[in-house]
Design a protein around this ligand. Structure first.
Ligand SMILES: [Zn+2]
Length: 319
């Protein structure tokens, strides 16, 4: 009989712990878990997830706007975030081929595997450009599945937002109306912004430009700029001095108004061309956070269009 209170006491303690854990789960852990946990590979998709998901999503972005999305490290923090994610939202088209497969394997999260509701590739919503006739990663070509830099054309965000909204509604049906309403709002605001940007950018049509990396092909499709030459002989391959001589000859034959580069790209080849051919270098934010002003999707393209116009006017003093 003397042992009973001790046993009873132990049971009480265990029961208290069980109740405490249950309280944590249903008390203040549950509301947090009820939000959809989004793992975005690139900042532009994190920004879009915030616009559509609002208060009902927790967003983790794997890369900053100052990082080359081809070259992210599969850090333990990324793996931990992928493990708890409900939705993986990335560009796809092999942009993340150097790091995401490692993160996915280590995270071993069945909810975000390809083919599941929790796996969303933005590239699947648009027509990819520059798809090679055969897959070839020889010589370091990092665009072996086509050009993955789809976010440089703002029109891309409309079909991607539609896909994202559909996924959020299915993953979190209790907030389906909320997501749909925010999507509707986004489409109206984005369409108005597209009209504005296209009006502002009209003088850019047909303008010949050089680029460092082939990041801007979708932007050029949108605004009608003409890419004369890339300073990389193949995507991801730094130029040799021999190749730069070829670039110089090309630019002398077909003058360009500016060289475009993202902040995270090597600045030396563009500077070299500036010194040898007087071509000004314009640094564009390739994504949200790419510079101080481009802190959301609207500001990203406000800033991009403004910088392009400035670059276009640099040669004739128009701006
Ligand atoms: Zn690239």
């Amino acid at each position: 009989m003397a042992l009973m209170p001790i046993n009873g006491g132990k049971r009480v303690r265990i029961r208290s712990i069980v109740l405490l854990v249950a309280g944590l789960l249903f008390g203040f852990v549950a509301p947090v878990q009820a939000r959809v946990s989004v793992f975005a590979c690139e900042p532009e998709w994190g920004a879009l997830a915030l616009l559509i998901g609002g208060d009902e999503v927790d967003i983790y972005v794997a890369a900053t706007g100052k990082q080359d999305p081809h070259l992210i490290q599969a850090r333990p923090s990324l793996i931990a975030q992928a493990r708890r994610a409900d939705l993986l939202f990335c560009t796809g088209a092999e942009l993340e081929v150097g790091w995401l497969p490692v993160v996915m394997r280590q995270a071993a999260n069945p909810n975000i595997q390809p083919g599941t509701l929790g796996y969303l590739e933005a590239a699947a919503a648009v027509q990819l450009r520059e798809i090679p006739n055969r897959l070839d990663r020889a010589d370091g070509d990092v665009h072996a599945a086509g050009n993955p830099h789809i976010q440089t054309d703002p029109r891309t965000f409309l079909p991607v937002a539609e896909q994202l909204t559909e996924r959020l509604m299915r993953l979190d049906p209790s907030h389906a109306e909320y997501y749909q309403a925010r999507y509707g709002q986004f489409v109206v605001q984005w369409q108005a912004a597209l009209d504005r940007w296209q009006g502002q950018a009209a003088p850019l049509r047909g303008l010949p430009v050089a680029v460092h990396h082939n990041t801007w092909i979708y932007l050029f499709d949108w605004l009608g700029l003409r890419m004369v030459v890339t300073l990389e002989p193949k995507p991801g391959v730094p130029p040799s001095s021999g190749y730069l001589s070829e670039v110089l000859a090309k630019v002398k034959a077909t003058p360009v108004r500016m060289t475009l580069r993202a902040a995270y790209e090597d600045e030396r080849p563009a500077k070299w061309l500036e010194q040898h051919a007087g071509v000004p270098v314009i640094e564009l934010p390739a994504t949200v956070g790419g510079n101080q002003r481009a802190q959301d999707l609207f500001a990203l393209f406000d800033d991009t269009v403004e910088r392009l116009l400035k670059g276009a006017g640099a040669g004739d003093g128009a701006r």
